[in-house]
Design a binder for this molecule. Structure first.
Ligand code: PEP
Length: 251
């Protein structure tokens, strides 16, 4: 089965309003150019979601949140619910990004609740998983990834899930996994999906790689047969770099 490449830019806590709108417009134009060949998304800061959704209107650019609350609504000062993201025009959200897990201390269980909440409130999910450097060095990479997948996806219908394999040691560090390292873990993830969910889900689910993806390494990473796309941080902050990565995916 062919899985269409899926390239998403995670803007994290970067860009002011005008910069965000300009970049969203530029990326929307690129998404239109590659329509049908590459799926393109952006995850802007929540406060700029509304103008970015406006900039993407009428184009195939998917606008995502970067996170969502475990709760549906109520007394959670500073938090944003999945239904609010949906109401603002987002079609999905990242869940379990390594910065949420390791900077904000979110647990596997909270990540699982967020996956459920996002899906039931109408958002697709990019579930991020990945090991720390010490875990890789001690040979525990797939043990960690498997635990994160198992807890987050227990009882979940995978049809609206993308998995992003993001080794924590490669995120924002400039140290990229080799194409072989990425492919190895991606194939283990797909085998795990096959064993637990069956052939149809294993063949159709898209698994992105994330961690210092750049114009110069994107094609190599995407060459892995189980690497279906990229979740891009730093290199998604300019249309030139992000566009070059999307072009690499378009082949
Ligand atoms: C990310 O934020 O998901 C990410 C992969 O960041 P970077 O590309 O900057 O490593």
């Amino acid at each position: 089965m062919t899985r269409r490449p899926w390239i998403v830019g995670n803007w994290k806590m970067n860009l002011m309003r005008g910069e965000a709108i300009t970049l969203a417009r530029e990326v929307a134009a690129i998404a239109r150019d590659v329509e049908g060949r590459v799926d393109v998304g952006i995850a802007p800061p929540a406060i700029w979601l509304d103008p970015c959704v406006g900039a993407a209107d009428g184009t195939p650019l998917a606008v995502y949140g970067q996170n969502c609350s475990t709760a549906e609504k109520g007394a959670f000062t500073g938090d944003i619910s999945a239904s609010m993201y949906r109401d603002a025009g987002a079609v999905g959200t990242l869940v379990g990004h390594s910065e949420r897990r390791h900077v904000f201390g979110e647990t596997d269980e909270q990540t699982a609740t967020k996956v459920q909440r996002a899906l039931e409130l109408g958002l697709d999910v990019i579930l991020c998983v990945g090991e720390l450097l010490d875990e890789r060095r001690s040979g525990a990479t797939f043990e960690v990834v498997e635990r994160q997948l198992r807890v987050a996806l227990e009882g979940i219908d995978l049809s609206r899930i993308t998995i992003a394999y993001e080794p924590v040691w490669a995120i924002g560090t400039g140290e990229v996994a080799t194409p072989e390292q990425a492919q190895e873990v991606h194939s283990q993830i797909r085998a795990w999906v096959r064993e637990n969910y069956g052939d149809s889900d294993a063949d159709s689910i898209r698994i992105q790689y994330g961690g210092s993806a750049k114009p110069g390494n994107a094609a190599g990473l995407l060459a892995g047969p189980d690497v279906d796309g990229l979740l891009v941080g730093g290199a998604a902050l300019t249309a030139a770099d992000f566009g070059a990565i999307i072009s690499a995916a378009a082949g």
